[in-house]
Write a protein that binds this ligand. Structure first.
Ligand code: SF4
Ligand code: SF4
Length: 303
């Protein structure tokens, strides 16, 4: 049997926000969406990539010397990585004693990730937890995700799929049979606004949500609340209306916008576009919750 390999950018143990109980969340690299508020910009490219923490860098130039393709330069104290030239060989990270350089993303087999996840099996058993596969977008690596979840399920674990829903429907159908619960993000119900905020329309996402509901796998909807971008009464009502019309109306979790991921943009030479947006107020969140509940749905604000 061939070894199935995935590209992972983080394995987070003792996770409490990605499904019931204590969980291990496996973050897969690669996402077709570019949400303006993305708190994991390192998840977007499907391949491993170099990050540079300027605050740690002592500008010693050792990385410049070892880079085989001259992708690094230091000009008047400005550190520049030419990402088109970089082959991700990791040689620069090996010589950086300041630990300013790091490769994000690693290829791992299903078996290797499974061994890592199994380390906390007792916690899962005692708390009703298990594994969550997240991203990036899991649907970009369906073979890997399906095989990992199957293996975990065979070992008696509760399995969660955390998805934006933007991906091939065939990929989704491969993963669903090994999924105990789907955590499904809904961002905006208007296709044009959705496109503006994420780079893609929401039509495929809504079709895939219907596929999940029809499959009978329980689903929990998660709505990020981004002030001024998707928190209008009209949009929250449209989301609640859609969800309440489903055959098994699931709960909606509201996730307040935060800027925890902002520092990572700089490390990847990316621009963070929402620096001026603040976390929604308690009043804004309570109002959104009230709207959702007025449609007869359960609702939690996840802080
Ligand atoms: S080796 Fe590390 S500390 Fe030295 S210049 Fe390169 S990134 Fe900075
Ligand atoms: S990963 Fe390799 S190619 Fe890329 S900057 Fe570092 S040494 Fe150069």
């Amino acid at each position: 049997m061939s070894t199935i390999i995935g590209t992972i950018f983080n394995i987070q143990r003792y996770s409490l926000d990605d499904g019931p109980g204590i969980r291990t969340t496996v973050f897969l690299k690669g996402c077709p969406l570019e949400c303006l508020w993305c708190s994991n910009p390192e998840s977007q490219n499907p391949w491993p990539e170099v990050t540079h923490r300027d605050a740690s860098c002592i500008k010693c130039g050792r990385c410049v010397e070892v880079c085989p393709v001259q992708a690094i330069s230091i000009n008047e104290n400005a550190f520049i990585i030419n990402r088109e030239k970089c082959t991700r060989c990791a040689k620069c990270t090996e010589v950086c004693s300041a630990e300013a350089l790091k490769i994000i993303g690693k290829e791992m087999s299903v078996e290797e990730v499974f061994i890592e996840v199994m380390r906390d099996i007792e916690y899962y058993q005692n708390s009703g937890g298990g594994i969550t596969v997240s991203g990036g977008e899991v649907l970009t690596q369906p073979e890997f995700a399906a095989n990992l979840l199957k293996k975990c399920r065979d070992a008696g674990m509760h399995t969660c799929l955390d998805t934006s829903g933007y991906g091939d429907t065939g990929a989704l159908k491969k993963i669903l049979p090994y999924t105990s619960l789907v955590l499904f993000d809904l961002k905006h119900m208007d296709p044009t606004a959705h496109h503006k905020l994420t780079g893609q329309s929401n039509e495929l996402i809504l079709r895939n949500l219907q596929v999940i509901v029809e499959s009978g796998v329980p689903v929990m909807i998660r709505v990020p609340i981004i002030p001024g971008l998707n928190d209008s009464e009209e949009n929250i009502k449209a989301i609640a209306r859609t969800v309440s019309g489903m055959t098994t109306a699931p709960r909606i979790d509201l996730l307040p916008y935060h800027r925890y991921g902002m520092g990572k943009y700089k490390m990847l030479d990316l621009e963070y576009q929402l620096a001026d947006i603040a976390r929604p107020s308690d009043e804004q969140l309570d109002r959104a919750k009230e709207i959702v509940e007025s449609y007869g749905l359960g609702c939690e604000i996840v802080v």
